[in-house]
Design a protein around this ligand. Structure first.
Ligand SMILES: [Zn+2]
Length: 396
């Protein structure tokens, strides 16, 4: 017997992906329905379903009576047996969510890590314990495990490059989490590979779906810093990570932590706005989220000090957006974090500074919308990305 060629294996993987993707995205379907939707032959679908069923990804559902009284067998995701785990590590907490392949949340556990500065081991231990708590409470096989961080990620295997919220330099977070987590070790022992992802990239994916799959989206968010991503394509979006908070928009401006001068974050980031509004102490006592929510409330209420801080910052946010948008002309600009509640201000400035180039190219000024997903965007996006990974290579 000869080994199947790589091409044959690739085609089979693509066909497995098409069948599984159809059932997950469209819901339970018959073999002939899948064949019609995927343009595969009925025989091919039957063979592919055998593999997907054996792998525990699909199962048959009880026969139902069709119009002519002939029983039909439907295939559905084997949702009882599998789960995806997404873990988010932010400036204050570890949040771990288990969900089904279809995106239904099964369990969410959140623990504060107490923000021990410069001590990744202590924080990884909290993350590991939270993952193990979820894995123990959800007795399903983990098909995908992703850790999302509020920091840039790079390398093979991926590592956190630097996390300014936690005073980390380069940290191999996967290795530290593995050391403390039985669930991670078991997942890897069964052939799994833990993903490590920057939050803005997966959050952008969730925002893109929430915004109705625009063909081209710029995502800019502000929480503990300012970050974002660029999303290209409507139905099969590609996310490009981008250091949007470090666009050097002020010539000879203040020195930024990144080493450049005049980055957007130095004039429109949370620290500078909270300080200018006298809310730094509130951030210390009640947390950053609460202080930024208070800042937004005060701006919208017309509080003089908050408005005086926000007005020049808003102009710089609009200008940074204008510069990025001119590079690829997105249909939609989504503002996340505390910018979400102030998106109308940014849009007003953008419309006042951008119309000429739009007219010249006969293009509309991109619409600016505030995120409606809030803090959940990264976890929702991580679930979407995990589902896409499972569908792309079902038998991995
Ligand atoms: Zn910078």
């Amino acid at each position: 017997m000869t080994q199947p060629s790589l091409d044959t294996a690739d085609i089979r993987r693509r066909n497995l992906s098409a069948v599984l993707g159809h059932v997950i995205e469209q819901g339970a379907a018959s073999r002939s329905g899948i064949a019609d939707a995927t343009a595969l032959s009925r025989g091919a679908v039957t063979s592919l379903v055998v593999d997907l069923t054996a792998a525990g990804l699909l199962r048959e559902r009880e026969a139902v009576a069709a119009a002519k009284g002939r029983p039909r067998v439907l295939l559905e995701p084997a949702a009882d047996d599998l789960c995806l785990i997404a873990a988010l590590l932010d400036a204050d907490r570890a949040t771990v969510v288990a969900s089904t392949l279809g995106g239904v949340e099964l369990l969410r556990v959140q623990r504060r890590h107490g923000r021990p500065m410069g001590d990744p081991d202590a924080i990884a231990a909290v993350l590991a314990a939270t993952i193990d708590e979820v894995a123990a409470a959800v007795p399903r096989r983990i098909t995908d495990l992703a850790i999302v961080v509020w920091a840039p990620v790079a390398g093979t295997p991926p590592v956190v490059l630097a996390d300014t919220d936690l005073q980390w330099g380069e940290v191999d977070l996967i290795a530290l989490t593995r050391a403390g987590s039985e669930a991670v070790r078991s997942f890897e022992a069964h052939g799994g590979s833990v993903e490590l992802i920057a939050d803005s990239e997966v959050a952008a994916l969730a925002e893109h779906a929430s915004a109705g799959h625009p063909d081209g989206m710029l995502y800019l968010k502000a929480d503990s810093g300012v970050g974002g991503a660029i999303v290209l394509g409507a139905r099969t979006p590609r996310v490009i990570g981008a250091a949007l908070g470090h666009q050097p928009i002020i010539p000879d401006g203040e020195l930024c932590e990144c080493g450049q001068h005049g980055c957007l974050v130095t004039v429109a980031g949370p620290d500078v706005l909270l300080a200018a509004t006298g809310l730094t102490d509130l951030a210390t006592t009640e947390g950053l989220d609460a202080a930024l929510a208070e800042f937004t409330t005060r701006v919208r209420a017309g509080d003089a000090r908050a408005v005086a801080a926000w007005t020049p910052a808003c102009a710089e946010v609009a200008r940074a957006v204008q510069i990025s948008a001119t590079a690829f002309w997105p249909e939609t600009i989504v503002l996340g974090g505390f910018y979400a509640g102030l998106a109308a201000d940014v849009e007003a400035v953008l419309r006042s500074i951008q119309p000429h180039i739009a007219q010249a190219r006969a293009l509309p000024v991109p619409r600016v919308v505030g995120s409606v997903l809030g803090a959940d965007a990264a976890l929702l996006g991580a679930q979407r990305a995990a589902r896409a990974r499972v569908i792309a290579d079902p038998l991995h």
